[in-house]
Design a protein around this ligand. Structure first.
Ligand code: ZN
Length: 283
């Protein structure tokens, strides 16, 4: 299934694609896509429903983030060797992770607003894994059974805030609009191998990132099991699994986001995001 949320900011409703490819509103079946509705039983119930009988979502409707605001956004750092090299950092011996503020959360095509004083806004296309069932100190072999689905995630960053303003990375990762998520939550049955997905990011039509999840240092299954040793992952939580090479900080000369730039992100089978960058204070 491809699931999504549609409607104005803060008032999104759940939706899904019917087998004929039309977008349908799920409001009559569930209140929202989030903590209470992402478990295997609930998703099976949606799968069994006659989606074609539900109201169609009007073309051009805004898409919100593909699941309701999560309790946690856990981001993995330096999970691709080529990105660790461009960042001038050593390949990690075990996963690095940090928390991104959930107030950064935004829709896949909403504008990305640079915070006041930002000079080094940057992009990171990432595979997001959305948790479907509680995961506490689980084994790697069981980890993917806790995943409700996968999505595109842009781990937008302000490098000066992240690296030059004193610890920790969270400081440069958490401004409002710095976590575009979606457009779709794609259930695992439609993602045969999360470790074999091409992911790309363009700015103003120029390709900067072109990688594959096959190049991750630590696979999604290990990341989820690993994080679950340190904190319980709850349904709706998102684990963003790191970015391949090609971020702005890694360019020579470095290339940071400016108002008017347009980022376009795509992961094979998971859809496309497109965000316009706007200045601090802009709507
Ligand atoms: Zn990242």
């Amino acid at each position: 299934m491809r699931l999504f949320r549609h409607g104005p900011v803060g008032r999104e409703k759940p939706g899904a694609f019917a087998p004929d490819g039309t977008m349908r509103d799920l409001s009559s079946l569930i209140a929202d896509l989030g903590e209470a509705t992402l478990g295997p039983t609930e998703l099976d119930r949606l799968r069994a429903a006659d989606l074609s009988a539900l109201p169609e979502v009007a073309a051009g409707t805004r898409l919100g983030p593909c699941v309701a605001r999560p309790g946690k956004l856990v981001c993995i750092g330096l999970n691709y060797v080529d990105h660790a090299e461009e960042a001038g950092m050593a390949k990690p011996q075990e996963p690095i992770f940090f928390l991104k503020a959930t107030s950064a959360y935004s829709g896949p095509n909403d504008p990305v607003r640079l915070p006041r004083g930002a000079e080094k806004g940057d992009w990171e296309v990432e595979l997001g894994g959305v948790i479907g069932s509680r995961a506490s100190d689980i084994e790697e072999a069981d980890a993917l059974s806790h995943v409700a689905g996968y999505c595109v995630f842009n781990d937008v960053s302000e490098r000066a805030f992240q690296i030059e303003r004193g610890g920790q990375w969270t400081k440069g990762k958490s401004a409002d609009t710095f976590a575009p998520t979606g457009p779709w939550l794609v259930t695992p049955d439609e993602v045969p191998d999360p470790q074999n997905l091409r992911l790309t990011l363009d700015v103003n039509g120029q390709r900067f990132q072109d990688g594959t999840t096959a190049s991750m240092i630590f696979p999604v299954s290990l990341l989820i099991a690993y994080v679950s040793q340190f904190m319980t992952l709850l349904p709706g939580d998102i684990v963003a699994t790191g970015t391949p090479a090609g971020v702005g900080m890694g360019q020579r000369p470095q290339r940071f986001l400016r108002p008017g730039d347009v980022m376009r992100l795509e992961i094979e089978g998971l859809g496309v995001q497109e965000q316009k960058v706007v200045a601090a204070g802009a709507a």
